[in-house]
Ligand binder design. Structure first.
Ligand SMILES: O=C(O)CCC(=O)C(=O)O
Length: 321
């Protein structure tokens, strides 16, 4: 825990604690070939006419499971003003700049705790409740708007994702990635798919997010004032695989600290999620079993360690064989 709480830079701490080291051949570095082939992730200007945004989200969902939502401050009723983003980033920075002893008070291994610091952190400090609360409400609004647009594209009723399926406990992860003395042996976050319905990530200005694509990794170049949006496993299950939840990871770098804020829209534990009948037919049999989200969470591994393009263990429990 000490090494995680420390504010040391690599200059001060030239060696990496063993627990953060991966085997040398374990990290498949991004070659750039995928990015060249895919011209990076699609960037969707959310201020465009709804029909255009809808079509772009569906295309991005089918091809990548990821996109960047830009010009969000222009979206009427669902905008997240730039000030809200900057305030949120400032609160995160303030927290991580606190002395290690103060941060230690938030440290806990107990997953049932509402706010805790672990190998990433979820926190809410009394003084900043307003900033974090305001941010969360606006980002949730954006996520719900994207889901509504998807409904129209998928032939679902507009409020399909309203209710239990999106109203589990909202989870906000604030990820802090200090510079690494050896980025070739460390990852900020190992490859994983998100277990939620949809995730909205404030990626910060420093690159680090990498998205699996055709056996390689696309390194995401953050677009200023934009969010990275990706589809979670629950959306993949509902659409019987039409929309994909795609593996991603956070790489480290040797010079700059990176902070990202992930907002997860999660179904309630008792909500039973399975492929909707509209996505199942003779040609397209159900690929997943229906199961409660609580059971899904209990029986799935969260992440794979190291490099992998086959995180199917995340989905196997629910997959029909
Ligand atoms: O920090 C990032 O870019 C990725 C964050 C992420 O994947 C997560 O919080 O699950």
């Amino acid at each position: 825990m000490e090494s995680m709480l420390s504010n040391l830079t690599p200059v001060h701490a030239p060696s990496i604690p063993d627990c953060f080291l991966l085997p040398a051949d374990h990290i498949h570095r991004a070659t750039g070939a995928a990015a060249a082939a895919a011209s990076s992730l699609p960037v969707i200007d959310m201020s465009l006419p709804r029909d255009e945004v809808r079509a772009a989200i569906l295309d991005a969902g089918k091809e990548h499971g990821f996109f960047q939502a830009s010009s969000i401050d222009l979206v009427i009723n669902h905008g997240v003003p730039e000030k809200v983003l900057r305030d949120m980033e400032a609160v995160c920075e303030e927290f991580f700049q606190m002395p290690a002893a103060d941060k230690a008070e938030f440290y806990s291994d107990d997953k049932s705790k509402k706010n805790r610091l672990f190998s990433g952190s979820s926190f809410e400090t009394l003084g900043e409740k307003e900033v974090v609360g305001n941010y969360t409400v606006l980002v949730r609004g954006l996520a719900m708007e994207i889901l509504r647009l998807l409904c129209a594209s998928l032939g679902l009723r507009p409020d399909y994702f309203v209710g239990d399926i999106s109203e589990g406990r909202i989870v906000l992860d604030i990820n802090r990635y200090p510079p690494s003395p050896d980025p070739s042996r460390t990852l900020g976050l190992p490859p994983h798919c998100d277990r939620d319905l949809i995730t909205v990530l404030l990626p910060g200005a420093v690159p680090g997010l990498e998205v699996a694509y055709n056996g390689d990794w696309i390194r995401v170049q953050p677009v200023p004032n934009s969010f990275v949006v990706n589809f979670g496993l629950q959306l993949e299950v509902v659409t019987n695989g039409m929309l994909r939840s795609v593996e991603h990871r956070a790489a480290t770098n040797s010079s700059e600290t990176r902070t990202s804020v992930a907002t997860f829209i999660v179904p309630a534990d008792e909500c039973v999620v399975g492929p909707d009948e509209r996505f199942v037919g003779e040609e397209n049999p159900a690929r997943y079993r229906a199961m409660s989200v609580g059971e899904f969470k209990r029986t799935h591994n969260v992440v794979n360690l190291g490099s992998s393009f086959q995180s199917t263990n995340l989905k196997n429990n629910q997959k029909c064989t």
